[in-house]
Write a new protein. Sequence first.
Lengths: 113, 113
Amino acid sequence: GESVGLHLPTLSVQEGDNSIINCAYSNSASDYFIWYKQESGKGPQFIIDIRSNMDKRQGQRVTVLLNKTVKHLSLQIAATQPGDSAVYFCAESLGGGGNKLTFGTGTQLKVEL
Amino acid sequence: NAGVMQNPRHLVRRRGQEARLRCSPMKGHSHVYWYRQLPEEGLKFMVYLQKENIIDESGMPKERFSAEFPKEGPSILRIQQVVRGDSAAYFCASSVQGGTEAFFGQGTRLTVV
């Protein structure tokens, strides 16, 4: 069946460096992708989204890149801060946002001082 | 504007008891989604509801699990005759009709002893 998976389970970066978290998806029909941040004991927090008709979208300190050819999604965090330490999930859906999401397994980002 | 409210935050049940998890969506949101998260795993879709209607329950176990979203009041996820394997964090999300972003609650952590 369709799945969304992440390449690296844990990513350690130095404070101030840039972070790149990768995600592979298998359902070529998915047209909406979201990155969530989840801190320990909390619910997922929306970071940034992108639709399949785009290949790049930027937010505050974050950029999402979508490569539909190889079905790859990445999240770039600029100038990583200790507060960025969390588990990051990519998710995909069909039919636009607000529909059911298929989540990846998550990447633990650890920011070292 | 309060976010998605889930209660209780923590719930302990003995095997064979019933668990009732409540979710109040954000104001103005008419779509509710339930997800289950096992430790160190991604969220798994369970059910998608609108007021008084189940839209998609493809992720719900066939037995013991049920969900409702009545015209008045919160959405309820009900688990009958709980077993230890039901121990997990259960998250609720809501979105506006035709919206693009699902907002998550803080979750209910169910422990079956």
